[in-house]
Design a binder for this molecule. Structure first.
Ligand code: SAJ
Length: 427
């Protein structure tokens, strides 16, 4: 079998590598020549544990090639970005152009699968008409399906194989063929449905998470007002067998959860009120965090903050839509200078990035923890305190032990914890 994978980003590349590892002849395509060249040289342009080794193996096996143009194949998988426009509508330009690119190579009997997260109806209303402009009939000459990726960055390779998968064909034959192809490496259960349901399922999953994180962020604000520790409260509430409150934090980042709910808002703006509210709650968190830091620094002349973590979540090197970037911008606008550390992300747009935490905290007034990288769990706090001008800490991830921080000499604060101890007030 021969497959073409269109788009060699966080989803397309691991998918291409995985098929190649399982004996399929794969040609990976990306419009970015630099990306193609990097991959041809057996190097990665993205960070994902384990992917580098698998890439080299797949290329050396002779099963994996890369280029900027498609070739003839039995199946075509489209895994291109679907960003939101500034007006929050879905930008399907990459889906359209990738489909147009494969058109000249399509033959009767081919399979075409869309993996990109897309608004409901994209497969039938956007992709199918483009495919049919070849004269081939979708559902008859071409088998066509939507099968969303559901993998978690940082655990991509494991989840690609073990997660359950949804395949939504334009007809039953398309679903059956799509399942057969993914069965080559998927160990999870493959559920068959129709294309629009599959598109909806993907959006519902990420929206579920966004709405639940918004709830936890809102609860954190309430906890700050009433004077209780939200982290403890969430832990205790989650002892209930039917409760699963998510974790508050500095906001929601990444290219999925912060983006995909907008596709549902666009599909049904008048009905999607909860989804819209949740998005705006989560989008508003970075400004709240920046204001809380500013409050903590009150009275200090020319304050300086040492920021730990640029990535949108722990142990990955991806800063797309990261709340850290928004918080940095807010602090800058407030006239607060920042030094930055992240073991996985070097972002040329960010000034004052340092290689070690020690250099980063030098002369700072507050240590601001924004990403839960494992490296930050075991900081040598006693070594950091003397390097700082004022030893304050603001922990947005509840990852630094309060007692250890205080024993080391830090004045410790965290998200979702009032500075007022109501228990003491009641005594
Ligand atoms: N976050 C919180 N509180 C939480 C959980 C997450 O504030 O309780 C924040 C994270 O710090 C991060 C953001 O939310 O900034 C998103 O992180 P995430 O781990 O929830 O999700 P992603 O974006 O890395 O991956 C999601 C996953 N979707 C679901 O879990 C429903 C993944 O399975 C999808 O494949 C991926 O989106 C995608 O590509 O759509």
């Amino acid at each position: 079998m021969k497959l073409v994978v269109m788009g060699l980003g966080y989803i397309g590349l691991p998918t291409a590598v995985m098929f190649a590892k399982h004996g399929v002849q794969v040609h990976g395509v990306d419009v970015n020549e630099q990306v193609v060249e990097t991959l041809q040289n057996k190097s990665l342009h993205i960070e994902e544990p384990g992917l580098g080794e698998m890439l080299v193996e797949a290329i050396e096996s002779g099963n994996l090639t890369f280029g900027t143009k498609p070739v003839s194949a039995d199946g075509f998988i489209i895994a291109v970005p679907t960003p939101v426009n500034p007006d929050k509508s879905a930008n399907l330009n990459y889906v359209r152009s990738a489909t147009e690119m494969i058109n000249p190579f399509l033959e009767k009997g081919n399979l075409v699968v869309l993996e990109s997260t897309s608004p409901p109806g994209t497969t039938l209303k956007v992709m199918a008409p483009i495919l049919e402009s070849t004269g081939l009939k979708v559902g008859e000459d071409l088998l066509v399906a939507y099968s969303p990726e559901r993998v978690l960055p940082g655990k991509l390779l494991e989840e690609l194989v073990n997660n359950n998968r949804i395949v939504g064909g334009v007809n039953e034959q398309s679903s059956i063929m799509t399942e057969k192809v993914y069965k080559i490496f998927v160990k999870g259960i493959i559920h068959q449905t129709d294309a629009t349901t599959a598109e909806m399922v993907k959006l519902m999953e990420n929206t579920y998470r966004d709405v639940n994180i918004a709830l936890s962020n809102e609860l954190a604000r309430i906890a700050e007002n009433v004077g209780c520790d939200i982290w403890k409260a969430v832990e205790l509430a989650n002892c209930h067998p039917r409760v699963n409150i998510h974790s508050p934090g500095p906001g929601v980042g990444g290219h999925c959860i912060a983006v995909d709910p907008w596709f549902l808002v666009e599909a049904s703006p008048e009905d999607a009120t909860l989804i819209k509210t949740a998005r705006s709650i989560n989008d508003g968190v970075p400004e709240i965090i920046a204001n809380q830091v500013k409050q903590q620094l009150e009275g200090i002349e020319k304050p300086k903050v040492a920021v730990l973590g640029l990535a949108y979540k722990g142990n990955i090197g991806d800063a797309r839509e990261s709340p850290s970037l928004t918080i940095l911008q807010h602090l800058k606008d407030m006239g607060i200078s920042c030094s930055v550390h992240d073991p996985y992300v070097i972002d040329k747009r960010i000034d004052h990035q340092f290689e070690t935490v020690e250099e980063t905290v030098k002369d700072a007034d507050c240590l601001l923890v924004l990403t839960d990288h494992n490296e930050y769990k075991d900081l040598d706090l006693e070594k950091l305190v003397p390097l700082m001008r004022h030893a304050m800490m603001y922990d947005t991830k509840n990852m630094i032990n309060k007692k250890q921080a205080e024993d080391a000499g830090f004045q410790y604060e965290k998200v979702g914890k009032s500075q007022i101890n109501t228990n003491l007030l009641h005594l």
